[in-house]
Design a protein around this ligand. Structure first.
Ligand SMILES: [Zn+2]
Length: 349
């Protein structure tokens, strides 16, 4: 039995992280995913929120399964054009200003023009500012330096840049000889690449799934409501594929698939969690059970929205999440293997 090809998944991941998609401005990346699926002869439809749903009919069409991963990322939006010609920004999603200090970025105007810039502390130059190191990293002190000859607010507006323009961060994606993938937005584009590669595998091998299975590529997860809609009434199991959180006291690592038992929303469905563990054990897949303290997923968002479903959460382990993220190809591979077996397994109910 062949598993989804990890090298191909990583190449796909590199392409997806390189398409800017802060929550609220995801059309370009959704179009990319749509094209990828349509070329595999998988029909897709968009929901009104701008997410994408692909459905594979299964033997049992009366009971459905849904898997989701989110393609939206952290980002920022222009809040103010300063008299100096620098931009004040407002953050999209949950992270701190220190994690974007010095980052290259792209500003997209509402007419689609793109300008590059750098996110800096106003007091960056040590030759001028004494308190450069101690000043707080916050909205007041951090700004975007646009790579254009702009001296004031009028110059910036003349470029077409306005309040409300989206700002995306350079992913700086790199793979290393030891098998690591370093990039921003591995949360959750690593999982999107894994799901797309899984669909490709199922199609090319003509594998018929036991149940009709929907794949939702959601586009509003970072702001809390990506995958809480478009769940068919027939859906019994709903699995979110999203990053495993690493840090002190966490068992998740960059080499295994992380199976979440509980996050800030409470425990995930006990029977589904046990089934996922059993599938990992039966197939020699490296896994870790874990609790994510400050975390919610599209599966918990779906439960909160009132859907009566069996919900679960698994994903690759991501170090330094919402900042300078890294994972390893082993984690991608173990997550892909578990998903491959999961979509072909019996439901818990
Ligand atoms: Zn995520």
């Amino acid at each position: 039995m062949a598993y989804p090809n990890t090298k191909e998944t990583i190449n796909l991941l590199k392409e997806i992280v390189s398409i800017p998609s802060p929550s609220g401005n995801t059309n370009e990346v959704i179009t990319y995913v749509e094209k990828f699926l349509n070329e595999l002869n998988v029909e897709t439809k968009r929901n009104r929120k701008g997410g994408l749903i692909a459905s594979l009919p299964g033997k049992d069409q009366n009971r459905h399964r849904m898997l989701t991963a989110h393609v939206d990322t952290l980002g920022a939006i222009v809040k103010e054009i300063k008299p100096s010609g620098r931009l004040k920004i407002d953050l999209i999603g949950g992270f701190k200003y220190n994690s974007i200090e010095g980052e290259y970025c792209e500003i997209e105007t509402s007419s689609g023009n793109k300008f590059t810039g750098t996110i800096l502390m106003h007091q960056t130059s040590v030759h001028v500012y004494k308190d450069a190191g101690k000043a707080e990293r916050n909205q007041e002190n951090m700004e975007v330096r646009i790579d254009e000859k702009v001296h004031n607010e009028e110059d910036v507006r003349a470029l077409g840049i306005e309040v409300g323009d989206f700002v995306s961060f350079d992913p700086r994606v790199k793979t290393t000889p030891a098998g690591f993938i370093k990039s921003r937005h591995l949360d959750d584009k690593a999982s999107v690449a894994i799901l797309l590669q899984l669909i490709k595998q199922l199609k090319t091998e003509n594998i018929e799934l036991p149940y009709t299975t929907h794949f939702l590529i959601s586009n509003n997860e970072e702001i809390g409501y990506g995958g809480n809609s478009n769940i068919t009434p027939e859906t019994v199991e709903y699995l979110a594929v999203d990053m495993g959180a690493m840090g002190d006291g966490q068992s998740t690592d960059e080499y295994t698939v992380s199976i979440c038992v509980k996050d800030a929303s409470g425990p995930y469905h006990y029977e589904l969690r046990k089934r996922l563990v059993q599938l990992a054990k039966d197939n020699g897949i490296g896994y870790k059970l874990d609790i994510y303290p400050f975390y919610g997923s599209d599966a918990s968002a779906a439960i909160r929205a009132g859907h009566d479903i069996v919900h679960g959460l698994i994903g690759p382990g991501i170090d330094s999440s919402h900042a300078f993220e890294r994972t390893h190809e082993d984690s991608i591979e173990n997550t892909a293997k578990l998903l491959y077996h999961y979509v072909q397994s019996e439901m818990v109910l």
